[in-house]
Design a protein around this ligand. Structure first.
Ligand code: NAD
Ligand code: FE2
Length: 383
């Protein structure tokens, strides 16, 4: 069997790197940029800074900010209309995964015939994403999804009310600008939730079975960075060193999960689509139970993860056994709720959520196969 290994994104990292955005846009021959962002990022003053940096280099801009956290196809379609109306020749995504994913889909909608639903990866739609896309620069303002280097974009389709993944190599932004100073305004709760998404990407990518030694190494370093920096970033949002390390961990999680994800993401997707739970929080609530469930299939890797999370060295079985507790302790240390019930999920919805989680493809990459009832048990164990 042939496997494919790619690390294609151009990444600019460092405090003040936003100043490079105009030369990067020019290198991509862009003159008119649609900035796709959301109201929280605008309120934090970040969209204005991006506009100013582009204006300084002679790139005209317009801002589209009408998107929500857990965005839908309607947000993406409206942003795409704005892009076409403006006559843009580059899309700049500025924000967390929500804004970056909508920005990616703008390029898809602007160049490929409707309906968007036909490009759903779960239905083989990736093969239809064939046209060249407009250039894109991604400027993450959270540190969790790593969408700036990923080839997927996730929105909730209004018709099905399901988180739907669009996946294609050309969805990857041309440039990612990782400027830690743009993440300091993230409130502690958003820092904690998004940071746990980065951790979950690294943990699930490492544990999934596909052979990808480069992704494994990247995932391990990502876990170490989360262990050393997430609590610091939550406690002191202005700590640029911790913020920068979390941006690195987030990017590395997304590079690593080109290898695959696992059951935790299948459990998380319906929690966001149906109950509007933040994606990273949904992962944080389910990850300990999933890690525990995976012990029989991924003992050595879970022992490694335990070590990277600061557990003292013991025999492999004990470390794998205690890994789930190490993850719960980190979750508690950064002030996140300790169960789905505490996060406002109604117990009588778990059956429906389990049906939806089973329909989600991520669990097919889990190291231990999952039935629908396993997923229900995992929800119950996470309650
Ligand atoms: N493409 C992928 O591979 C991928 C991977 C994981 C998750 N996702 C998707 O990404 C979305 C979640 O993204 P997210 O976790 O980054 O959260 P988000 O983009 O929804 O942002 C969360 C909140 O934080 C605010 N915010 C963002 N940056 C800020 C800053 N610097 N200062 C102040 N406020 C700020 C936003 O306005 C928003 O209200 C979900 O839709 C999820 O499904 C995509
Ligand atoms: Fe995720």
């Amino acid at each position: 069997m042939t496997v494919r290994w790619n690390f294609p994104t151009r990444v600019l990292f460092g405090e003040g790197t936003l100043a490079d955005i105009a030369p990067e846009a020019k290198r991509l021959e862009a003159t008119r940029a649609l900035i796709v962002t959301d109201p929280g990022v605008v309120a934090a003053g970040i969209a204005r800074k991006v506009q100013a940096a582009l204006a300084e280099g002679g790139v005209a801009t317009e801002v589209f900010e009408s998107i929500a956290s857990n965005p839908s196809d309607q947000h993406a379609l409206a942003a795409s209309e704005a892009y076409v109306e403006y006559g843009g020749n580059i899309v700049i995504g500025v924000g967390g995964g929500s804004a970056l994913d909508v920005a990616k889909i703008v390029r898809l909608c602007a160049t490929h015939p409707a309906p968007l639903a036909q490009y759903d990866d779960a239905k083989g739609g990736s093969a239809l994403i064939t046209q060249p896309l407009a250039p894109m620069i991604a400027v993450p303002t959270t540190a969790g999804t790593g969408s700036e280097v990923g080839r997927s974009a996730v929105v909730t389709m209004t018709e099905t009310n399901k988180k739907t993944v669009f996946f294609a190599p050309n969805l990857i932004p041309d440039v990612a600008i990782l400027d830690p100073a743009l993440t300091t305004s993230m409130p502690p709760k958003v820092t904690a939730c998004t940071g746990f998404d980065a951790l979950t990407h690294c943990v699930e990518a490492l544990c999934t079975k596909m052979d990808h030694p480069m992704c494994d190494a990247i995932a391990m370093e990502g876990i170490r960075l989360v262990h050393e920096n997430l609590e610091r970033a939550v406690e002191d949002g202005s700590d640029l060193s911790a913020r920068g390390a979390m941006l690195k961990a987030s990017m590395m999680g997304a590079v690593a999960f080109q290898k695959g994800l696992g059951a935790c993401h299948s459990l998380a997707h319906p929690l966001s689509a149906r109950a509007d739970l933040h994606h990273g929080l949904a992962n944080a609530l389910c990850l300990p139970a999933v890690v525990n469930f995976n012990r029989s299939a991924a003992q050595a890797k879970l022992a490694t993860i335990g070590g990277l999370l600061g557990m003292r060295q013991q025999d492999e079985e004990t470390m794998a056994f205690e890994c789930s507790g190490a993850i719960s302790s980190l979750r508690q240390a950064i002030g996140l709720p300790e169960g789905l019930g505490q996060a406002g999920i109604q117990e009588d919805t778990l059956e429906t959520l389990a049906d939806l989680a089973f329909e989600d493809v991520c669990h097919t990459e889990n190291p231990r196969p999952c039935t629908r009832d396993d997923l229900l048990s995992l929800y119950k164990a996470s309650f």
